[in-house]
Design a protein around this ligand. Structure first.
Ligand code: ZN
Length: 501
């Protein structure tokens, strides 16, 4: 049977609408499970999710879809740029899935399921030896799968590229070296300076007032509440079903307003990206951010470069004093700026400040490289972790629960994912530097109307969705390839002033 280009592109559009509908359904069920579902509801949900997963798998991995995608690829010059990109990404997904024997993939899913629940237990009871055999199997499987995906490439590079197109050790190694050389000495200097007093951040801050703060922040950040709302979860995140249905979550803690303040700003940065996509991506495979690093660049730009700036904190300070009059009555905006930028090494990544954060990532990146190269046994990993934490952050790891067991990523097969958190911050610094050619961010922030910043990002980053590779998003936005010195300069400048080094 032959098909015409117009039939084929119609089928392509229909395929993507169907794939999108499954993703939508799975996304709503997952969100519900994390926010509203009662604790005993896991089994029924598991069955439904499994059914939906197998349906959408069959939709993509079947001979008709393969024929369609290869046909369209062979007629690439007759497609629009969007269609050609859709075919490219779908075909990549199809080929990746087809390279792993179906039985092995199912075994891997089962392993991950088990590894995740064992990890929970091991973290809770501080029992690394319980988790070690599962981690060993995950690593072994991922090394094997890397061989299926790209037999001639190093497994670490394969997984970096799986997580972000174009990412490799060749790009990351110089990035982390630059960080180590330029920021390492600053960390040591900060440790010798008198520490900033942030005790006023830790008092009783009523949660109903923090909810009011969240609404105020979302409005300030130009979030259209018609299409985005906020919920509460144990770990804050953003999810999206399409550009007109984006959800963020946060966690309120009575002991301080700061965690919710910055998590709402962070997730709002993710939300603005999704809300800012071009309409033509809707219901296609390009509907979403370019990669996790590019996504993090938007959340961290707002969280750190906007949210932790003097201008922003001065802007919101009157509102904070109005919401928390007795707690913040005797505090100045400058004291708040210093307190929320305090740097102090700690064992926990997700509690780390802007300056120490990338060193937590470096520890994980180096260990992942060793694991993927088969150079380290799972038994030796906790000791290696402790050595690297001592070397980079000068701290002793109290126990495995606060060390190698703290993150869920490896139990879920997410190897090669951590670097995106550090890269995102580095991208953000370069994007901000480019923005300064067109507008003065601090002056815009001080005006109280942040729409010029949001509009600039929409035009230069958000609207493209997955049309561009991550490297090309930076090139297109900044007019130059990725350069980590913007990030190291930003950190060096900020912390040299803050701690008067
Ligand atoms: Zn994030």
């Amino acid at each position: 049977m032959t098909m015409t280009i117009s039939e084929a592109t119609q089928t392509l559009a229909q395929l993507q609408r169907e794939l999108h509908a499954y993703r939508h359904a799975v996304g709503v069920i997952r969100l519900d499970s994390l926010t509203a579902a009662p604790p005993g509801s896991a089994r029924g949900r598991g069955e439904t999710l499994q059914f939906l997963a197998s349906k959408s798998y069959d939709l993509l991995v079947n001979p008709d879809t393969a024929r369609l995608l290869y046909f369209l690829r062979d007629h690439e010059d007759e497609l629009t740029a969007h269609q050609a990109r859709e075919v490219q990404l779908l075909l990549e997904e199809y080929e990746n899935i087809s390279k792993v024997p179906a039985g092995e993939y199912a075994a891997y899913r089962a392993l991950i399921n088990q590894a995740e629940s064992v990890w929970h237990e091991a973290k809770r009871t501080n029992d690394y030896p319980l988790f070690a055999p599962y981690l060993g199997q995950v690593v072994e499987t991922m090394r094997r799968f890397a061989g299926y995906y790209a037999p001639d490439r190093d497994p670490m590079d394969v997984w970096l590229n799986q997580n972000e197109r174009g990412l490799s050790r060749e790009k990351l190694d110089p990035f982390f070296t630059e960080l180590r050389e330029k920021i390492g000495p600053i960390l040591h200097h900060v440790a010798r300076q008198p520490q900033i007093d942030d005790s006023f951040l830790f008092q009783s801050y009523p949660i109903y007032r923090q909810r009011e703060l969240a609404d105020y922040l979302m409005e300030l950040l130009c979030i259209d509440r018609q299409y985005c709302n906020i919920g509460e979860t144990e770990h804050p995140f953003t999810t999206r079903f399409n550009k007109r249905d984006v959800r963020i979550t946060t966690k309120y803690q009575e002991r301080s307003f700061a965690p919710a303040l910055f998590s709402v700003i962070h997730e709002s940065g993710h939300a603005l990206y999704e809300l800012g996509l071009d309409d033509e991506h809707t219901n296609t495979f390009l509907d979403g951010g370019a990669s996790s690093s590019i996504h993090e660049s938007q959340s961290r730009l707002f969280e750190n470069m906007v949210g932790r700036s003097r201008a922003f904190l001065s802007l919101i300070f009157p509102k904070l004093q109005e919401l928390f009059p007795s707690q913040l009555g005797g505090v100045t905006a400058e004291a708040l700026y210093r307190a929320v930028n305090k740097s102090q090494p700690s064992p926990i990544r997700i509690e780390a400040d802007e300056l120490t954060y990338p060193f937590h990532i470096m520890v994980r990146y180096e260990i992942e490289k060793a694991m993927m190269a088969g150079e380290v046994s799972t038994e030796r990993l906790p000791a290696l972790w402790a050595e690297k934490m001592e070397q980079y952050l000068g701290i002793q790891v109290p126990d495995d629960a606060h060390g190698i067991l703290q993150d869920s990523h490896w139990s879920g097969g997410k190897i090669g994912y951590f670097p995106s958190y550090a890269l995102g911050s580095a991208y953000a610094a370069q994007i901000m530097a480019r923005m300064r050619f067109d507008l003065d961010p601090q002056r815009v922030i001080a005006s109280g109307d942040l729409s010029p910043i949001v509009g600039w990002l929409r035009e230069r980053v958000h609207r493209y969705g997955m049309l561009l590779d991550p490297d090309d998003v930076i090139l297109n936005c900044c007019g130059a390839p990725f350069d980590p010195t913007y990030y190291t300069d930003y950190l060096a400048d900020k912390y040299t002033r803050l701690y008067q080094l």
